[in-house]
Structures are given as structure tokens and as C-alpha cells.
Design a protein around this ligand. Structure first.
Ligand code: ATP
Length: 439
């Protein structure tokens, strides 16, 4: 017999079905047994009249929570059953996998253990409905990004994650043994998506892993994360990239809201707001003035940069003044940006770059890139880089390269912001950090 998903049982009233899933709970009463079975689509009550088969009743009594069962039975309407007003009357039962008891983490428990403990037992933690919902939402979100890119003429690339030299700076780089030499794990697809511009692709995107040897223990950093990156040619300035990004996020939020607004409210207590466009734009110089007025003092060592506390203060200001969760911080000082960011022609101390801040957290960095070889080379020298290891990259710009720009967005950062999660460790399938390489 073919398996029926629990969500499809209302269309099978009166029929015999086969259902499969985890035993969520068992209520063993005097004359009746009620099993709540859970599959990826939902939960259903299965009822068994003990006298019908005392031997089977005994087998059911011995079942442990979270065991995997195959059940056949007849679907009957029963208005007093809270779960969908129906139940399955059990005819046969096969135990596919008996769960050991006690469970190290009970997915049905009201009170959760610490996050760290939950990550140790992540596969059990992920049996909880909000976690399942999280990944359904993330799947829609990624699909919406892809849809938008494809609607706008983008081509997908997969750049290598093993590199012979650093992509941006030597910092935050994981070194790996590579036969009798050294390789590095890619800190971003930056160089390669720009290579695609030099190759004439005009518009590319990549969704892939990014590695950062960042030893910090914040609630928004991981040593491995999924980056959503894009690069587009024939732009006039970083403004074109920001416009593309805000329209894309508007589309993505709309798609997620269409499909998951109710689940997001139920599981995360968030009323999803589709952000209006355009997003506010605040040049860095103005941001520093706003922070002064708001009474926020930037740490002196962050000269030219804005620290996370400053980003949160600006976010409160933007919420108050513009009624918006998102804003662009634009025109960052050259001193705090990488060598490949383009400078303003009339203000060489500033770059044509931006960060996107969402609910006080940075989720994107983008810029127009310097595509003119002699200037790019000079900028690398000015930043004190040795040219030899990046010459392969500089070569991209020697034989004709369109003006271009793009950005990198952290998938988990966006999910965290969208669902108001307090920690990025909950916004990823498996967290990787300085102290966590397992499971
Ligand atoms: P931060 O200042 O927060 O450390 P960054 O400036 O180093 O971030 P970028 O190099 O600009 O980040 O990377 C682009 C995007 O990738 C960021 O805006 C963020 O969404 C995401 N990101 C960067 N580092 C991490 C990380 N360690 N863990 C998770 N996501 C990250």
C-alpha cells in the first residue's frame, strides 16, 4: 500500500491508509490507546481498542516516544479530536525503529534545555515544529532569491572554495594542507564573481559556503556560513546595486509572506512586514553625526567604522524617523574598505560602498568595484598588499572589463533578522564556531 501523508488524511475519510512517522506521544488508557503520530506534514491521532487484540495492545504499551512506526488503519471523522477532527483506527503496526529511552532531548518538551545542549543533539532539536518550519521558510527564501535573479538575466556560478591565495586579506583565513603545499578556504567568492564580469557574463550569482577563521563568540558570527553573492556589470555607481538589492529583498519578503506568514506568526511570534522601497540611505559621515546627536559614543579604535552598538542605535533612529527596519549605510571611508572598492572621483577618501543594516544587524556588504587596472593596482599597493599572490586577480582587469559592482549577503543573518531569532546558532542547519565542529 502507498504511504499517505498525514496532511492528506482529510481527503481519505472512510478509506484504509498507510501512515508512517515518529510516535509523538502515547496515551495508554484502560480500554483505549491513543498514539499521536508525526510526519513532516503534521500530526494525527491513531486509536486502538485494546480488546480487539490484547497482544498488539501490549506491544503498543511498550512503545517509546520518538520510535518510528508504520501504521495501517481506517480514517474516520471524529469531531471531538482536536487534531483535525479525524483519527485513524489502527489495524496493523510495524515498529521500524524503536527509540531508546530516556531521550537525551525530548522534542515534545515545553521547556527547552540550553542552546549549546540543543546543538549537541541537533537532530532531536530539529524534530520540533518551529525548527522544521524554519527550514521550510529558508527554502522558500532561497527559491525567491533564485527566481528574482533568473527573472533579471543572472547566471549561476559555483566558484572553488580551495584557493591558492587569500581572497581579500590574510586575516580570518583557514589554511589547509594541500598535498605538499598550502591552500586556503575561500573567505568569499569575491575574486571569482569579478572574474565572471571580466569574462563578459554581465550578471552572476552564487549561493555557497564561506569560511572565516574568526575566533569571536558573538551571536552573529560563524566560521562557516552560506553566502548569497551577486555581481552585475554596466552599473553607474553603487546606487544601482542598492536599488537592485532593495527590490530583490522586497520580492523575497513578499514570497515568504505569501507562503509562510501564518507559520511565522505561530512559531516565531513575528508579523512579517514586507519592507517598502526605497530603503533609507545614510552616508557614513551623516551616520556619525546622527550617533553624536543620539548620544552614542563610537569606540576610538573603530575610527571610520561603526561598531555593532552604533548600528543598533542607528537602527532605532531609522525606525523612529523612517518607520523602517532596513537602511543602507553608504560611502564608507577608504581606510576601512578593501582595496578593490571604487573611490568617489571627487572624494578619494570615500568609497562607493554600502552595508545594509536590518533591525540593527549588518546583513550585506556591497560596492562598486574598481575595474580600471592601473588604479586597482595602485590601490592594492596603497593598502600594503604584496602584488604577487593577487596578480592572477589583477590580470582579470588587463584585457577589458566592464564597470561592475555587487554584494555578499549572509543567509543565516537574514533568516535571524526575519524571524527575530536571538542567536545565529539557531538560524543554521549545523553551527560551526571556534569551539564547535560536531556534530
Ligand atoms: P561583520 O562586520 O559582521 O563581521 P563582515 O563585514 O566581515 O561582517 P562581509 O565580509 O562584508 O562581512 O560579508 C558579507 C556578509 O556575510 C555580511 O554582511 C554578513 O551577512 C555575512 N557574514 C560575514 N561574516 C559572517 C560570519 N562570520 N558569520 C555569519 N555571517 C557572516
Amino acid at each position: 500500500m502507498e504511504r499517505t501523508l498525514i496532511a492528506h488524511l482529510p481527503q481519505a475519510i472512510g478509506q484504509k491508509v498507510k501512515i508512517q512517522g515518529f510516535l509523538h506521544t502515547l496515551r495508554d488508557q484502560k480500554t483505549m490507546q491513543f498514539l499521536i503520530l508525526r510526519d513532516r506534514s503534521g500530526m494525527v491521532q491513531v486509536a486502538f481498542y485494546k480488546k480487539a487484540n490484547p497482544e498488539l495492545a501490549e506491544q503498543i504499551s511498550r512503545l517509546t516516544n520518538e520510535s518510528v512506526l508504520t501504521i495501517t488503519g481506517t480514517v474516520v471523522e471524529n469531531p471531538i479530536v482536536k487534531l483535525g477532527g479525524l483519527e485513524v483506527q489502527l489495524e496493523t503496526l510495524t515498529v521500524e525503529s524503536l527509540a531508546e529511552a530516556p531521550l537525551p532531548l525530548d522534542p515534545t518538551a515545553e521547556v527547552l534545555p540550553s542552546l549549546d545542549y540543543r546543538l549537541d543533539w541537533r537532530f532531536l532539536d530539529m524534530r520540533r515544529a518551529p525548527v522544521t518550519a524554519f527550514f521550510e521558510i529558508q527554502t522558500t527564501l532561497e527559491m525567491a532569491f533564485r527566481e528574482y535573479w533568473l527573472q533579471h538575466g543572472f547566471v549561476e556560478i559555483h566558484s572553488p572554495k580551495l584557493m591558492g591565495s587569500a581572497s581579500e586579506s590574510g586575516a580570518e583565513l583557514f589554511e589547509v594542507q594541500y598535498f605538499d603545499t598550502k591552500a586556503y578556504l575561500a573567505q568569499s567568492p569575491q575574486f571569482y564573481k569579478q572574474m565572471a564580469m571580466a569574462a563578459g557574463f554581465e550578471r552572476v550569482f552564487e549561493i555557497g559556503p564561506v569560511f572565516r577563521a574568526d575566533p569571536s563568540f558573538t551571536s552573529r558570527h560563524m566560521t562557516e556560513f552560506t553566502g548569497l553573492d551577486m555581481e552585475m556589470s554596466y552599473i553607474e555607481s553603487h546606487e544601482d546595486v542598492m536599488r537592485f538589492l532593495e527590490n530583490m529583498l522586497h520580492y523575497v519578503y513578499q514570497r515568504v509572506a505569501e507562503k509562510h506568514a501564518a507559520a511565522i506568526e505561530a512559531h516565531f511570534g513575528v508579523q512579517l512586514e514586507v519592507p517598502s522601497v526605497p530603503f533609507p540611505r545614510i552616508p557614513m559621515a551623516e551616520a556619525v553625526e546622527i550617533l553624536k546627536r543620539e548620544g552614542y559614543t563610537l569606540p576610538p579604535e573603530k575610527k571610520g567604522d561603526i561598531d555593532p552598538g552604533g548600528e543598533r542605535t542607528l537602527a532605532q533612529f531609522v525606525r523612529r524617523e523612517y518607520n523602517h527596519d532596513f537602511f543602507f549605510l553608504t560611502d564608507w571611508p577608504w581606510t576601512v574598505r578593501p582595496f578593490y572598492h571604487m573611490r568617489h572621483p571627487d572624494r578619494p577618501d570615500l568609497t562607493r560602498s554600502f552595508d545594509l543594516i536590518a533591525k540593527g544587524t549588518e546583513i550585506v556588504t556591497g560596492a562598486q568595484r574598481e575595474h580600471r587596472y592601473p588604479i586597482l593596482r595602485e590601490q592594492a599597493i596603497e593598502k600594503g598588499l604584496s602584488l604577487e599572490p593577487i596578480q592572477f586577480y589583477l590580470d582579470f582587469f588587463r584585457y577589458g572589463c566592464p564597470p561592475h559592482g555587487g554584494f555578499g549577503l549572509g543567509l543565516s543573518r537574514l533568516m535571524m533578522v526575519m524571524l527575530n531569532l536571538p542567536n545565529i546558532r539557531e538560524a543554521v542547519f549545523l553551527f560551526r564556531g571556534p569551539n564547535r565542529l560536531h556534530p
